[in-house]
Design a protein around this ligand. Structure first.
Ligand SMILES: *Cc1c(COP(=O)(O)O)cnc(C)c1O
Length: 389
């Protein structure tokens, strides 16, 4: 059968077909796991290509790279052994000792740690800025500023920075723009179309979607992805073939899952907002979200992540956590099952209480990663737990 020209197809079709091996290996409809660290040199003339798992160039890696580049509209793609491996390879590919990075304040904790500890240790400087206040950025520019790093939606308060201004500012000042798009996935937001140079993902979350692997993705401009691949090769954070196989399988259902999670989250956010025992709901899909209009304009949906406060102290929040029956009390996000955490004792336990309060993370804030369960079942569970709290 002829090969599909995947570039012309819609996302759902690309997710299933793009990058799949042609001709199929032994006719296998699903690309097998090539559990081989090294590959026989081919019949090439001159210097033969070296295929090795750490070089991220086995058939499992190549299939994923093509699929990811097609679905994000990127020149090139790279998978890595974790979201942090992807983020560190991307940043180390762009920055050298003596360079300076502008980064959004209150990034994902691992990324913040990477910038503050690991990058500082190799002589890369940084300034955290309010990514929603473009007028404040120029004052932080230095002659050595090279890059601007943001997230499409932040954790746990689901804030949406002025992403269009970030792209324009980076262009005007010759900076590389990087965005972590983990929370929305390429289904809901296409940062490269908006003008970002590099888009990063913890594929552990929505891209894989089944809470069973750790993986990362870098997509974007070819030259920059190549630099990241070069760093990854030396630091050794490549993705193993079995995890490649699982990620490829997960990607095929990405649109189905994310659309359902997004619809479920909107329904749950609306139900929570109407409940008298809930003092505040954070969700970009609600008109009450301070950047709702921006999210509407830039995103195809508002995602599966939301947070809410009871306004009744952390004991009430803990009682609610204990009373819920469907959500799992666990960190991470983006899987098929609904997960709930209280950031003050989990993701943000290491942040000083005053700083947490300053960031708007109250002690009774609960963060929900909404899964693909039936929306009515989920809402019933939250409503029953609220009634019992
Ligand atoms: C989880 C996460 C990461 C880190 O990814 P790992 O796969 O755990 O290394 C980075 N950014 C965001 C927004 C995340 O949620």
């Amino acid at each position: 059968m002829a090969e599909p020209t995947s570039g012309t197809h819609a996302l759902a079709t690309q997710l299933v077909h793009a990058g799949e091996l042609r001709p199929r290996f032994a006719g296998a409809v699903t690309l097998p796991v090539f559990q081989s660290s090294t590959f026989e040199f081919g019949a090439e003339e001159g210097h033969p290509a070296l295929q090795y798992i750490r070089l991220s160039n086995t058939p499992n890696h190549q299939a994923l790279h093509t699929k990811l580049a097609v679905i994000t509209g990127a020149e090139a793609a790279l998978v890595a052994g974790s979201g942090m491996a992807a983020i560190s390879a991307a940043l180390l590919g762009v920055l050298r000792a003596g360079d300076h990075l502008l980064a959004q304040r209150s990034l994902y904790g691992g990324t913040q740690g990477l910038i503050v500890d690991a990058l500082t240790a190799v002589g890369i400087e940084h300034t955290f800025v309010d990514a929603d206040a473009p007028e404040s950025w120029a004052a932080h520019l230095r002659p050595t500023t090279r890059a601007f790093y943001v997230e499409s939606v932040t954790n746990p308060l689901v804030q949406v920075a002025d992403l269009e201004a970030v792209v324009a500012f980076a262009r005007n000042h010759g900076l590389v723009s990087l965005i972590d798009n983990t929370f929305l996935s390429p289904v809901l937001f296409r940062p490269l179309d908006l003008g970002f140079d590099l888009e990063l993902h913890s594929a552990t979350k929505y891209l894989n979607g089944h809470s069973d692997i750790v993986a990362g993705v870098v997509v974007g401009r070819g030259e920059l992805v190549e630099h990241a691949a070069h760093r990854l090769k030396h630091y050794g954070g490549s993705l193993d073939p079995h995890a490649c196989f699982l990620l490829q399988r997960g990607l095929k259902t990405l649109e189905l899952r994310v659309e359902r999670q997004s619809a479920n989250a909107l329904a749950l956010a609306q139900a929570l907002e109407e409940h008298p025992a809930v003092s505040r709901v954070h969700y970009p899909g609600l008109a009450s979200h301070p950047r709702h209009e921006r999210a509407r304009r830039l995103f195809r949906g508002f995602g599966g992540m939301l947070a809410f406060e009871l306004g009744a102290g952390h004991e009430a929040a803990d009682r609610l956590l204990e009373t819920l029956t469907l959500p799992v009390f666990a960190p991470s996000l983006g899987g098929v099952e609904t997960l709930v955490i209280r950031p003050a004792i989990s993701s943000h336990a290491g942040v000083a209480p005053e700083e947490r309060r300053e960031q708007g993370i109250t002690d009774d804030l609960l963060r929900v990663s909404v899964g693909i369960e039936d929306a009515a079942d989920l809402i019933d569970d939250f409503m029953s737990a609220l009634a019992a709290t």
